[in-house]
Write a protein that binds this ligand. Structure first.
Ligand SMILES: Nc1nc2c(ncn2[C@@H]2O[C@H](COP(=O)(O)OP(=O)(O)OP(=O)(O)O)[C@@H](O)[C@H]2O)c(=O)[nH]1
Ligand SMILES: [Mg+2]
Length: 464
């Protein structure tokens, strides 16, 4: 009994020592790589580990990074896209990985050959060889999914890992078996195995990862430099070709300058001041010219309208063509001109155009014209006749124009001179009448006063 009790005590002390040792161990940062063919269920598995719904996944283009805490490990998982065209980037992550998780779609037998080649490529890579590898035989929920043994056989996994001296563990699982806390524990247990392997050989792995990572960084730098040099070289060659082409076709030489000089849409906003002043002066003169022509035109129109009203009356005396539906003002103007110059009518008054010269001439005639008071040519009856027709057409006679007065008659009669003036008849008004006028009272004229006035008028007419 004493021996048994001593050995139990010894085991307990060893366990405590191990726990104390693990507790004192520092947190380890490890990077894991998750690879496999597209549609294998890598992203779904990672989501399940994180406690998220594994069904909401889309194909990964490039990679996605997941950080999680697992015991003493600070784990970073790079979930790389499994598409054929993306697999080329996998090698860039091998150096910094402590272990590999290879996911297989166990339900897809047709692609097992492709899986075998792919997994072989991964494990044979110098940066992966010798590192621990976890194979997840995923989609075990699906009917006809291959078992662990089948997959080991199909992939020739035992041979491969022995060649590459990789510690390997295969774990059947399904990302769809539960989620959150009910998540399929097989995935977690597989992850735990991998982390234990890494922990058991951590120092050696860590040294290797650090060295490989430095070498990888240097290699990437060199490759980047080579890429830059390649691009520069290509650019130089292209510029050289363009120069040669420009030399072969001199018409394209200085193309840029000619475009700048002659492009109408590219106008410099900065002009010499003398050019700006000259341009402004030209603009001012243009405005003055336009304004004066407008004023002249309106003045001519006013004159014409004035003349039209006169023509409407004066043309009546000769019955000319002025009122036969005049088509234009111009026609009327010319008609008057001809009549004024020659004193005759002309049928040519209806077929000529208006011009400034004619209008000028017309204005002069208008300003010098004096309306005769009582000449033999004029017929006062026509002028004063109430039957004088209104002009027909565009012109309305002026209402303000008063009719001409009737002539007084003959003022140079020979029998007028040398004769005594007729007696002035002054009607005699009473004082009372004058007072009535002053006071603006209506006055009734007496019969004798009226009779005397009529007599005076009769004597005066007889005398004349
Ligand atoms: N039935 C079943 N379907 C799964 C399982 N795991 C993933 N899927 C489905 O498989 C499809 C692909 O899943 P992903 O996680 O995107 O696959 P992947 O390996 O990340 O694909 P890539 O990102 O293209 O490399 C999705 O429709 C998932 O819903 C599983 O365990 N069972
Ligand atoms: Mg994915």
């Amino acid at each position: 009994m004493g021996g048994i009790g001593r050995s139990r005590l010894l085991n307990l002390m060893t366990s405590c020592f191990d726990w104390l040792k693990r507790w004192r161990d520092p947190t380890r940062k490890v990077t894991l790589l998750m690879v496999g063919l597209d549609n294998a269920g890598k992203s779904a598995a990672v989501k399940g580990i994180q406690g998220e719904c594994p069904e909401d996944v889309v194909p990964t283009v490039g990679f996605s990074r997941i950080d999680l805490r697992q015991g003493k490990f600070q784990v970073t998982i790079f979930d790389l896209g499994g598409g054929q065209e993306i697999r080329g980037i996998w090698k860039n992550y091998y150096a910094e990985s402590y272990g590999v998780i290879f996911v297989v779609d166990s339900s897809d037998e047709k692609r097992m050959k492709e899986v075998r080649e792919t997994v072989a490529d991964v494990l044979r890579h110098p940066k992966v060889s010798g590192k621990p590898i976890l194979v997840l035989a995923n989609k075990q929920d699906k009917e006809g999914a291959l078992s662990e043994a089948d997959i080991i056989e199909r992939l020739s996994l035992q041979k491969l890992v022995n060649e590459q001296k990789c510690r390997c563990h295969i774990q059947s699982c399904s990302a769809f078996w539960g989620s959150g806390k009910k998540f399929d524990k097989s995935i977690r247990s597989g992850l735990y195995w991998l982390l234990c392997c890494i922990a058991n050989d951590f120092d050696a792995l860590n040294d290797r990862v650090e060295k490989d990572t430095i070498a990888q960084r240097i290699l990437e730098k060199v490759e980047r430099q080579e890429r830059i040099e390649r691009v520069r070289k290509l650019r130089r060659e292209r510029e050289q070709k363009e120069r040669e082409r420009a030399g072969e076709h001199p018409e394209f030489d200085n193309n840029f300058d000619s475009e700048v000089d002659f492009d109408p849409f590219i106008v410099s906003p900065f002009q010499p001041i003398n050019v700006v002043i000259a341009e402004n002066e030209k603009r001012r003169q243009r405005v003055v010219r336009n304004t004066s022509s407008i004023l002249l035109k309106s003045s001519i129109e006013e004159e014409q309208s004035e003349t039209q009203s006169q023509i409407s009356c004066s043309s009546q005396k000769s019955g000319d063509c002025a009122f036969i539906n005049p088509p234009k003002r111009v026609t009327l103007t010319k008609c008057v001109e001809k009549e004024t110059d020659t004193g005759q009518q002309s049928s040519e008054c209806c077929d000529s155009d208006c011009n400034r010269k004619k209008n000028k001439k017309f204005r002069c005639l208008r300003s010098q014209r004096v309306t005769p008071i009582n000449t033999g040519d004029s017929d006062p009856e026509i002028v004063t006749s109430p039957q004088c027709p209104m002009s027909v057409g565009w012109e309305i006679p002026r209402v303000t124009r008063l009719p001409k007065l009737e002539p007084l008659g003959e003022t140079h009669r020979n029998d007028f001179y040398g004769k005594p003036l007729p007696p002035v008849i002054t009607p005699q008004t009473s004082n009372s009448d004058r007072d009535a006028v002053k006071t603006s009272q209506p006055v009734a004229l007496g019969d004798d006063v009226i009779a005397r006035s009529l007599e005076g008028l009769r004597l005066s007419r007889d005398w004349r």
